[in-house]
Design a protein around this ligand. Structure first.
Ligand code: DUC
Ligand code: ZN
Ligand code: ZN
Length: 456
């Protein structure tokens, strides 16, 4: 038995100082069967349920290069920062089967992951055999899918998306969508390049707010027509938010996700000199100060459900540099899986934007509920997995890539002040990370998920 004493537990009912008991891999209600009791002193700290990152891309091949983080490095970084479970995207090859993508991701993760893991499947090729595979995939514990509206090598047509939404709805699943209109992005990129605009600063100009807004509008229409729940991944704009509001009023079931980069950075990053700006190339791009503050307001008002990272890391040297003379060749994506809790704590909780209780909802309980793993994950109640973060609010430090476990040569938040960190991280009852360092593992296990989206 383990007893975590003296900490303040962050639960949906509020923050309470009480003991937390653990027996083996589970949280229990009290001392129970007795025996030897180990005590962990959490005085002065908050006790959170392990954080869940519902949006990561580890060992992902974008067709030109492979992400810098693999499962060992990405999951170790996650765990060290307080994230005990990640949901990674197993991406279908065009012409390939969903089951092959899932098999491949199992091979990548099993025995190599430091935190627990689950998968969504990104569907890039919709045909009759894809549809026929869905039920099997759900039986293997994958109950959410993802579709891209942009990226020519990944996207589906609206018609294919509609069919997929109808089919996944029948299975009680939710589908996430990357909302940027691919044709519009392509046209704008072409226009910039033919005008000789090769610099990084043209990346955000080729993907303006309305390209997201209109894509969200289209998705809301498809969701309404299919009566399927949908998940807007990495929302970045006021325009997208307005479409979601309007759709919710009409009864569309939509889950909203945003990411730390859209909450802590602004578009000025794209005018950094010496190609530094390439470090911030992601899609959708980093937006304006106004978008950032609207997103925080939406978080405060309960309109955003989850904060994930979209962790998709590429080294500056050798990878981001592929686009030195052509911004459209810069691989898209930012690292973040290690620092999400500390960033949201510092720039959300410490700045008075959200409470610790809301942070626990956005980073743990809500993703657990949305993706069919609650209350096994996302809860500090008896019966839940003992995934626990002892959070030290006294810690003061500076985020720097030199110290990170992410296997990437920079951080978009280099030099940012941090005002708290995970002092200890328990994964299913085992102390696996302390003060940003891994002390045990890889012990991560697959978490099969239930299909929880009832038809409405
Ligand atoms: N956007 C990114 O920036 N990276 C990964 C995939 C995506 O949609
Ligand atoms: Zn995306
Ligand atoms: Zn993504």
């Amino acid at each position: 038995m383990l007893c975590i004493k003296g900490g303040k537990l962050v639960t949906p009912a509020g923050i309470n100082e009480r003991d937390l008991w653990i027996d083996g891999e589970k949280i229990v209600s009290g001392e129970g069967r007795g025996g030897r009791i180990e005590v962990y002193d959490a005085s002065g700290c908050l006790v959170f349920p392990g954080f869940i990152d519902a949006h990561t891309h580890l060992e992902m091949d974008n067709g030109v290069t492979v992400t810098a983080d693999d499962f060992p490095s990405g999951s170790a970084a996650a765990l060290a920062g307080g994230t005990t479970c990640i949901l990674d995207f197993a991406t279908q090859d065009r012409g390939g089967a969903l089951r092959d993508a899932l098999d491949r991701w199992f091979r990548l993760a099993e025995g190599r992951s430091y935190c627990d893991f689950a998968f969504h499947i990104a569907v890039t090729d919709w045909n009759p055999s894809t549809k026929g595979e869905l039920a099997d995939i759900v039986r293997r514990g994958v109950t959410s899918f993802k579709v891209y509206m942009a990226y020519d090598n990944l996207r589906l047509t609206d018609e294919q998306m509609l069919e997929l939404l109808k089919a996944t709805r029948e299975l009680g699943c939710i589908t996430g969508v990357h909302c940027e209109l691919g044709d519009e992005v392509n046209r704008r990129v072409r226009e910039e390049l033919s005008a000789g605009h090769m610099d990084v600063k043209y990346h955000p100009l080729s993907r303006p707010n309305e390209v997201e807004g209109r894509a969200v509008r289209r998705l809301m229409e498809l969701a309404r027509e299919s009566r399927s729940p949908v998940w807007v991944v990495h929302l970045s704009t006021r325009e997208g938010l307005a479409e979601i509001r309007a759709a919710r009023e009409k009864g569309v079931a939509v889950l909203v996700e945003t990411c730390p980069q859209y909450l802590t950075l602004t578009e000025e990053v794209y005018i950094k000199p010496d190609f530094e700006a390439a470090k911030y190339v992601c899609s959708p791009p980093i937006r304006s100060r106004e978008d950032k503050s609207e997103l925080w307001k939406a978080i405060k008002g309960g309109e955003v459900d989850i904060i994930s990272t979209d962790h998709c890391s590429y080294n500056f040297a050798g990878q981001k540099e592929l686009g030195r003379t052509d911004f459209s060749k810069i691989p898209n994506g930012l690292p973040g899986v290690e620092h999400r809790p500390a960033l949201i704590w510092t720039y959300g909780v410490c700045r008075g934007k959200i409470t610790p209780v809301r942070m626990a909802a956005l980073l743990s309980e809500n993703p657990a509920r949305a993706f069919g793993i609650y209350p096994r994950k996302g809860s500090l109640e008896p019966g839940s997995d003992a995934d626990i973060v002892i959070w030290d609010p006294q810690f003061r430090g500076t985020l720097t890539a030199v110290k990170q476990l992410q296997k990437v040569d920079y951080s978009p938040w280099e030099g940012f002040a941090l005002e708290g960190r995970a002092r200890a991280v328990f994964l299913r009852g085992e102390l696996c990370a302390e003060n940003g360092r891994i002390i045990k593992g890889p012990c991560g296990r697959y978490v099969p998920r239930r299909a929880t989206w009832r038809k409405h």
